[in-house]
Design a protein around this ligand. Structure first.
Ligand code: SF4
Length: 429
């Protein structure tokens, strides 16, 4: 098989992994558009974020799409009727370097189907990263997927060549894993996360000791940390279960990111192949791509609240609530459930209180704290600081003045509902 054809198959096979934010998009300037300027990358390119928050463009491919496992939601599952192929280490190193030199990419995101014993597959991914670094002198970003079942030794080797490692949690409970991905187990996946966390902590301690001894040449273990992917909508778990799990992963293993991937029902436009009978009955009917993408979007917003706004999972979804409100972002939904907390006077509130106000983000919150040291702030000042007054106006006073009083939750809900404006965008996504 020609290398270009392999690349096309293995990039396409990787596109359902959401551990990067976007992938494989066509643009109006693409093939057959008549454009004469602007080079298109011929295969899967996605974006990710480095340790210091920079957005990088990555070549996102599988080493092989042959797989012994039979995960119902996956286009590469053993029982799927698809063309199988694999790279060699040398082919992948050459392609990555070539794309890098042409400025198509700044790094590599590499995963694989499990075509052999997990350690053998992991060894191929590590060999690719090692060769890129050691022999090709590649200084770009490398994200390696941890193959389920790979051992501690391999995880420790992988972290020495990769910037980021990720073990996909895939589904929120063991019950769903047993149903849809019977060869995987939560214990093994969480074990890989724990091992990655331990290896990172030990490496940090070693580097600290060596620094004290005047040595700064100890390699850093996975400097961009670890992440995971969770598929939403392929199993029956509610958002509360998902957010509780997410909160625990952030706390316990210090994950940098949990990526949510709306399950694209296979067999529908945008999906691939024939539906697997192990998927819950009716999934194709109840989970249209747009509603699943909206759910994914709300989970990302809730995740943001956990990571940057000091919310606990049981504040985002309280009491008997099991699913996020599809019409409101989760912070506004919380505010409407807690109108007794408002209005907040922006000239007196603490940083944590400011973070609870819809329309005030972490950056605007810090600016408010800084600016009000020298003057009392009015609404014009807030607008200039990046406060979204369309949202915040219902929940704040500035120097004792209201723009809008928080008295009618139904009216505020109507004004701040964004479901209708998001739906078409999500459907086109
Ligand atoms: S292990 Fe499961 S998710 Fe991964 S490639 Fe194989 S079938 Fe797909």
């Amino acid at each position: 098989m020609e290398l270009a054809e392999k690349l096309s198959i293995l990039a396409s096979s990787a596109k359902y992994d959401a551990s990067c934010a976007s992938s494989g998009s066509e643009s109006p300037g693409g093939k057959n558009s008549g454009a004469s300027f602007g080079v298109r990358v011929p295969a899967g390119v996605c974006h990710s974020w480095t340790e210091d928050g920079r957005c990088v463009t990555l070549l996102k491919v599988l080493f092989s799409n042959a797989c012994r496992f039979d995960c119902a939601y996956c286009v590469n599952r053993a029982s799927a009727d698809s063309r199988r192929t694999s790279f060699t280490v040398d082919e992948l190193v050459d392609i990555t370097c070539e794309f890098y030199r042409r400025n198509y990419i700044e790094g590599l995101f590499l995963s694989s189907g499990i075509f052999a014993d997990p350690d053998i597959v992991m060894e191929k991914l590590i060999a690719t990263a090692r060769k890129l670094r050691q022999e090709a002198g590649f200084g770009g970003y490398i994200h390696l997927k941890l193959i389920p079942g790979t051992g501690e030794k391999m995880i420790r080797k992988a972290g020495l060549w990769a910037d980021r490692l990720s073990a996909n949690i895939e589904l929120p409970t063991d019950k769903s894993l047993q149903n849809l991905a019977p060869q995987k187990s939560g214990k093994i996946i969480l074990g890989a996360m724990e091992e990655t966390f331990n290896a990172g902590a030990e490496n940090e301690e070693d580097r600290r000791k060596f620094r004290l001894a005047g040595k700064n040449n100890v390699p850093v273990f996975a400097p961009a940390g670890q992440s995971t992917q969770l598929i939403v909508g392929a199993s029956e778990e509610n958002d509360k279960t998902i957010l509780n799990l997410t909160g625990a992963l952030y706390r316990k293993y210090m994950l940098r990111r949990v990526y949510y991937s709306a399950y694209i029902p296979v067999g529908l436009p945008g999906g691939a192949g024939i539906p697997d009978p192990r998927l819950p009955p009716g999934m194709e009917q109840c989970g249209t791509p747009s509603s699943l993408l909206l759910r994914e979007h709300r989970l990302y917003q809730a995740d943001w609240l956990l990571r940057f706004y000091r919310f606990a999972p049981d504040e985002v979804l309280e009491g008997e609530d099991l699913f996020l409100d599809m019409a409101l972002d989760p912070k506004t939904a919380w505010a409407l459930r807690h109108l007794d907390f408002f209005p907040v006077e922006v000239n007196r509130a603490g940083y944590d209180e400011l973070l609870r106000i819809p329309g005030i983000g972490a950056k605007a919150g810090r600016r408010i704290i800084e600016a009000r040291r020298s003057r009392s702030l009015g609404f014009d000042n807030l607008r200039r600081m990046g406060v979204v007054l369309k949202r915040a106006r219902h929940f704040i006073t500035a120097a004792g003045s209201f723009l809008d009083r928080p008295e009618d939750p139904k009216r505020i809900r109507r004004l701040l509902s964004d479901k209708d404006s998001l739906q078409p965008l999500l459907f086109e996504f």
